[in-house]
Structures are given as C-alpha cells and as structure tokens.
Design a protein around this ligand. Structure first.
Ligand code: TXE
Length: 491
C-alpha cells in the first residue's frame, strides 16, 4: 500500500519524495509506505489551511452548513468503519474488535459537534455606561494544528477535528509516525463530505523532524495534542514563544481504588479493564490498583485468575484479548520497566516475561504482568509504562487511599469501587483527576468532558464546553452618543 497526504485538496507525496514504512506489530512486517513530510510540506499545508480560512468558501458558509458537512463526514466514517478499523489494527496492533467499536462510535462526534455548530451564541452585556451597546461573540482562531498519538488515531482525531471545524477553524492534522494510515485514508473522505479544499490538511511524518515547524509556525494559531508528557512539554514551550493557545491531553498513572465494601466481581473486572484493555496502551490505564488491606489477598487472587484467562494472539481474531504492543520502542520501554520493578523489589505474581508461547505469533507481545507489594514511591508506580503491567498497592483506610491516589504528578483519571453511597458521592471530590469513574472504568462519550489535571494536560475535550477550546471571545462596543469628547480620559 502506498499512501498520500492531503494538502489543499490534493493527494500529494512529500516534496522530497521521501517515504517511510509502516510495520504491522503482529507480524513485524512492513505493509505500507507513508510520505515523510519535511518542514517544506508543513509550510504548504499551513498555507493551504490559512488560505481556506481567509479567502476560501469556508468562512462564508453558515454555521448550519458547516454542521451539515460534519454530519456528512460522520456518515462517511460510519460507512467506512470496517475498512478504517482494519487499517488501525494493522498499524498499531490493537484488537480489531476494539478499533471497530471505536470506529462505529466516532461518527457521533461529528454529529454532535455538527449539531452544535449553529448554537454558538454570543451575549449582550448591560454595561454601566450611557449610550453604549456592547456585545460579545465567539470567533474561530484560524489554523489549528492537531497532533495525535498512535493508540487510537481516528478517535483522537475526532476529539479534535469535530469541535475545531464546528467552530469554523481550518486544520492541519498530523497523525503519529507509528500509525498514520487510517488517518491518511480518512483524509480522502473530506472531499466526499463536501468540505472545500484546504479546510482539512493531513501530513504524515516524524514528530522530531516536523513537530517544531508545525507548532511554531507563525500562521498556526492553536495547537491541540494527544501524546506523551515529554512531547507535550516541548509543544508548550514552542507554543509559549508566541503565546498560542494549547489543548494538551497527556498520559496518566491512574489509581483504581477497591474498597472492602465493593462488589468484588465487578471490581475485579474493572481492574482488568483498567490495565489489560488495549494491552495497557491507553492514557487512562488504571495502572495503580489500590486495594483495601482487609480484602487485599483474596482480591488479588481474583484479579490474577482473570488475567490468566486473557488470550494473547492475532488482533484480528475475535477470540483474542491481548494484542501485541504497537512498536519495538514501546516493547523495549515496557521490558525496561519490568526490570526496574524487579530491581525495586516489587513482588511479581503474574507474567513478567515476553510472551513465551510461539503459537501466538511473532509480534511484540508482553504477557499480562502483575506486581504486588508495590509502594507508591517505586518508579513502577510513578511513571507511565503504557503496557499490560499492573502495580498493586495496599491501603488501610479512605484517607490513606486518597493520599496515595493523589501522590502522583499525573491527574487524568481515577476509579472507585464501593457500594457505600456516601463514599461514592464524596470521594470523587477528593481525587485530583479530570475523570472519576465509580463502579465502572474506561467509559468515554462525545457528550462528557475529558481531560487531565496536573501533568496530565490542560484544556478539555468532548462535551459542549470542548468547542470553547477552539473559539476566542471578542467584545464589541458601539456608541450612540452624539459626541466623542475629552480624548484624555478612560471611558
Ligand atoms: O509519543 P509522542 P510516542 C506516552 C506513552 C508512550 C510514550 C511515547 O507513555 O510510551 O508516550 O509514545 C508527535 N512537536 N503516550 O513516542 O512522542 C508524534 O509525531 C510536535 C501517551 O508515540 O508524544 C506523534 O504524532 N509533535 C499518550 C505525537 O506527537 C511531536 C498516547 C505523539 O507522540 C513532536 C501516546 C514535537 N516536537 C503515547 N515530537 C496518551 N496521552 O494516551 C513528537 N510529536
């Protein structure tokens, strides 16, 4: 397969002609060639987006028409769901069943924000001045740079594109170099949906090579990013030079807290969903399992028993629970953390080796791994592993659970398992995390705000408020006074 980028409505190669291979994590075979954009391609893509924002038909469309195009796009994603999900699985090794579920859900983002496009209302302000009519309204920023990670390319793109376009911006979208193909194929749907050329541009390439050129480009007004805290920090620094607005969704070290009064069967499934779903390669992974002392041993046994039943294998096979991890770098990083955990004295109760069963394939497989007797000071409990590796930490009482849960630089998500109503209502208020799930885990919706506290990011995606990330507020003053006198005082 040979892919093209989308710039100014044209399917193009990189100006340099360079490409790179996309490797299937399951069989470790290259299966597609992808354009390797350079800074010159970034310039062309930003210029196309800038032109579409200022002079093209896009700024003249009514918000209702923008909404209609977004709904067309949603329909097209729905009718291409199987194809796009297959590309994602080939690119990042995640289960086809997971990617297909995402692809079938993604259209809702385009329908929801398409519906919101013509409901962005301003306000008339009753100012304390005579002869003045004052109002404010929301305006798009202009060109938005949207940068996504490899774990859920088109879902993350929907989080960003749907509100950005509903608000009237134009976009340069850059998927991860580790999983570009679904986004490049998705790019072909914009013309079919009726979007004018240049409204959405898609470039593929390596973050370290073109990231600064994109985020530091003087014509990029807004940046929205999902990825690592390290790259988020870099983007913030570059964007800060020109005081650009940023929305950053970074990683996490989310606590999943199980109290003795929980429904323990549900909680055990919740613990597994938190760490083994997507082979742990999710920003909201419940990678620290906090368990109340009195049930610790029995609960751990339950979790280990379920984890043992998880089947590694071909991500296209509906019977598979654990696919390979996405890249060799990711595999090496996780292996490195397993060594760190052993050296720190964590007690391995499951896994800990590369999957030894040759029957499951040649891919980058990591066995589900569980460490007990982890303390919150260990690196395995503090740093994002992004793999199927669970750290189990004991706690005595609610106060200690809260202390451990909050004792992290991250603040993306948290889980609580309890049947005590008071606790279920009061405890979420004490947790420093942008999302708290109570008796469930890893639920997301286009209708509900999502985003981190602390080092997990800034700004919110999804839900009505998300559209504000792509709008700036303008205040307009009209005077009906007959004279404009005394120019030397404030009015
Ligand atoms: O992330 P990067 P990587 C975490 C996870 C994982 C680690 C590394 O712990 O092990 O990050 O993954 C682009 N300017 N998460 O290397 O580098 C890059 O091309 C602008 C958590 O894949 O952050 C890609 O499109 N962009 C996370 C995107 O940033 C730059 C999901 C993400 O890549 C850039 C993924 C630069 N200077 C990884 N450098 C989550 N929040 O779920 C790179 N990029």
């Amino acid at each position: 397969m040979e892919y093209r980028m989308l710039i100014g409505g044209e399917a193009v190669a990189a100006k340099s002609g360079e490409t790179f291979e996309s490797v299937n994590p399951y069989d470790q075979q290259p299966w597609a060639r992808v354009p390797r954009a350079g800074p010159e391609d970034v310039d062309t893509a930003v210029a196309a987006a800038r032109e579409a924002f200022t002079t093209g038909p896009w700024p003249r469309l009514t918000p209702t028409e923008r909404g209609r195009l977004l709904r067309n796009l949603g329909d097209l994603v729905a009718s291409h769901a199987e194809e796009l999900a297959t590309l994602e699985t080939r690119d990042n090794g995640k289960l086809y069943s997971e990617m297909l579920t995402q692809l079938r859900y993604i259209p809702q983002w385009y329908y929801y924000f398409g519906g919101l496009a013509d409901k962005i209302e301003g306000m008339v302000h009753p100012v304390d001045k005579p002869d003045i009519f004052n109002f404010s309204h929301h305006e798009p920023y202009g060109v938005v740079a949207a940068i996504t990670a490899w774990n859920s390319p088109l879902l993350l793109a929907a989080y960003k594109l749907a509100p950005a376009l509903a608000a009237g911006n134009t976009v340069v979208l850059k998927p991860s170099e580790h999983a570009s193909c679904s986004t490049l194929r998705f790019a072909e749907l914009f013309a079919l949906a009726g979007f004018p050329p240049g409204v959405v541009n898609v470039i593929s390439g390596f973050g370290p090579e073109i990231g600064d050129a994109l985020t530091g480009h003087p014509d990029v007004a807004k940046i929205t990013f999902t990825g690592s805290a390290t790259t988020g920090r870099r983007i913030n620094a570059v964007a800060g030079q020109d005081f650009k607005s940023v929305t950053l969704e970074l990683g996490g070290k989310s606590p999943n807290i199980v109290f003795a009064d929980a429904d323990l069967d549900n909680a055990a499934n919740g613990a597994i969903a938190g760490i083994l779903a997507a082979s742990g390669q999710t920003c909201v992974a419940g990678s620290r399992l906090l368990v109340e002392d009195s049930i610790h041993d029995a609960f751990l046994e339950r979790v280990v028993a379920i984890a043992r039943t998880a089947r590694s294998g071909d991500p296209m096979d509906p019977a598979t629970n654990i696919g390979p991890v996405a890249t060799k770098a990711q595999y090496d990083k996780i292996r490195g953390y397993l060594e760190i955990a052993e050296a720190e004295g964590a007690e391995r109760v499951l896994g800990g080796t590369p999957d030894p069963d040759p029957a499951i394939g040649k891919g980058w497989f990591i066995e589900p791994t569980i460490y007990a007797n982890v303390t919150n000071a260990m690196r395995i409990a503090r740093e994002e592993v992004f793999g199927p590796v669970l750290s189990v930490i004991r706690f005595r009482d609610e106060d200690e659970a809260v202390h451990i849960a909050n004792d992290t630089r991250y603040g993306l998500a948290a889980g609580i398992w309890s049947q005590n109503l008071k606790r279920c209502i009061e405890l979420p208020k004490r947790l420093r995390a942008g999302t708290v799930w109570v008796n469930t885990y890893r639920a997301v919706s286009y209708m509900t705000p999502f985003g981190g506290f602390k080092a997990s990011g800034t700004g919110k995606e999804n839900g009505i408020e998300a559209i504000r990330q792509y709008l700036q507020l303008k205040s307009v003053w009209l005077s009906t006074a007959d004279s404009f006198s005394n120019p030397f005082t404030i009015r």
